[in-house]
Design a binder for this molecule. Structure first.
Ligand SMILES: [Zn+2]
Length: 407
């Protein structure tokens, strides 16, 4: 015996009593089947209702071959007993707002652009419909929103009709019944937003469009050949608006501008930031060049190459990247070997020579790296190394100078 769906005729019913007709297992948990229920099972893009059955909590509701399965946590009522059911009203109201809003929005898209809704998903955060168009321009979305909200403001009744396959034609359905996911009971349930939209639907709905509250499209995007439209209705839309208003207020306060000037101010600030980054990068380059010139002045002559310079310098806490850039700047100034190191919590060394000099930085680094407990390598002209702990970098560099000048 299939479960009688009380929500088919009365979506506002949240308290009911029913008889337990069977127990079942679902996903390793116990479920019960009732002779009738007001609990909506997950289907048609809409999630299940939660609530209580007797002293147990209803944690999932699904369609099963035995009827509608109510998955329980807590004491399971015995087969044959009568149990009191109570639907979580806040969740039910939220779902009916999103779902009925979807009917209205889908019809609005039909009216303004002949866009057909291919699917609907009611999510925990927002809901989506997929429209049969890859392109959706902002003006069309605004227009559909206006049509939908006009229907809300007219507070039209939501009517429920029951019909069959022979009679269904006269309702002028937005979507053919066989595609609407209605259980094959022989009876077809039509949900009509009076004078605006008729759909075959098994879901739960508000009783008048005014109860949907605001309908707001939040964003949309192309998904292959369709457009996915994300929207919010009722309390969700209002809470989302409150969150955005607060973000806007806080941003405007932070930037000391009026709300309407936010975008221009942010754009200007980002442009300024880009220019400043360029300036900083150029200044850093100049500082490195000045620093390199000073180091070269103080450098010692290279053995067998008196015009060349050997620069040996240890810093504290200088980054590997900066050390490398300084070394490369040094070797560009003229024939030069740069042996740079940084000590501190970690050790870094960079060995570089000007192109054409006869030494081997890779070999030299491998020779001295054990002196500070590190490792590294590179090419003949540029080698880098380090150790994840403090070490005598100056000792290693002094040894590198000795090897180089002795060679
Ligand atoms: Zn529906």
């Amino acid at each position: 015996m299939p479960t009688e769906r009380l929500y088919y005729r009365d979506c506002q019913l949240i308290e009911f009593s029913a008889r337990v007709i069977a127990h079942a297992a679902y996903g390793g948990r116990t479920a019960i089947v009732l002779d009738r229920t007001a609990f909506y099972p997950t289907s048609g893009g809409q999630p299940f209702d939660t609530g209580r059955l007797g002293d147990a909590t209803v944690v999932d509701v699904v369609e099963g071959v035995e009827g509608i399965l109510h998955v329980l946590e807590g004491p399971v009522p015995k087969v044959g007993t009568t149990v009191a059911g109570a639907i979580d009203q806040e969740r039910r109201v939220d779902h009916t707002q999103q779902h009925t809003g979807q009917h209205v929005l889908s019809q609005a898209f039909e009216r303004i652009g002949d866009f057909t809704t291919l699917s609907f998903h009611l999510g925990a955060d927002a809901s989506t419909i997929d429209l049969d168009t890859p392109i959706l321009d902002p003006a069309a979305v605004r227009q559909a929103e206006e049509v939908a909200n006009q229907i809300v403001l007219e507070d039209r009744p939501i009517l429920i009709h029951f019909t069959d396959a022979q009679d269904v034609e006269r309702f002028g359905l937005r979507k053919p019944a066989q595609k609407a996911g209605v259980p094959r009971t022989g009876e077809i349930r039509i949900v009509e937003v009076a004078g605006f939209d008729s759909s075959a639907c098994g879901g739960t709905h508000v009783s008048r469009t005014g109860q949907i509250g605001p309908i707001k499209v939040r964003r949309w995007e192309r998904r292959g050949t369709v457009s996915r439209v994300e929207f919010l209705c009722g309390w969700r839309a209002l809470r989302d608006y409150a969150g955005r208003a607060e973000t806007t207020r806080a941003l405007a306060e932070r930037l000391s501008v009026a709300d309407v000037d936010l975008l221009a101010t942010v754009n200007r600030s980002l442009d300024d930031l880009e220019r400043l980054r360029d300036d900083v990068s150029r200044l850093r380059e100049q500082i490195l060049e000045a620093e390199a010139a000073r180091l070269v002045d103080r450098g010692q002559p290279l053995k067998n190459l008196p015009s060349g310079r050997l620069v040996q310098q240890v810093y504290v806490g200088r980054s590997p990247d900066e050390l490398k850039r300084l070394a490369l700047t040094l070797v560009r100034t003229g024939p030069c070997v740069a042996l740079l190191g940084s000590s501190g919590a970690r050790c870094h060394v960079v060995f570089a020579q000007s192109t054409g000099l006869p030494f081997d930085m890779n070999q030299l680094l491998r020779q001295v790296a054990p002196l500070f407990g590190g490792r590294g390598g590179g090419s003949r002209d540029l080698a880098q190394g380090g150790a994840p702990n403090p070490g005598p970098v100056d000792t290693a560099l002094t040894e590198a100078v000795r090897l180089l000048q002795a060679g």
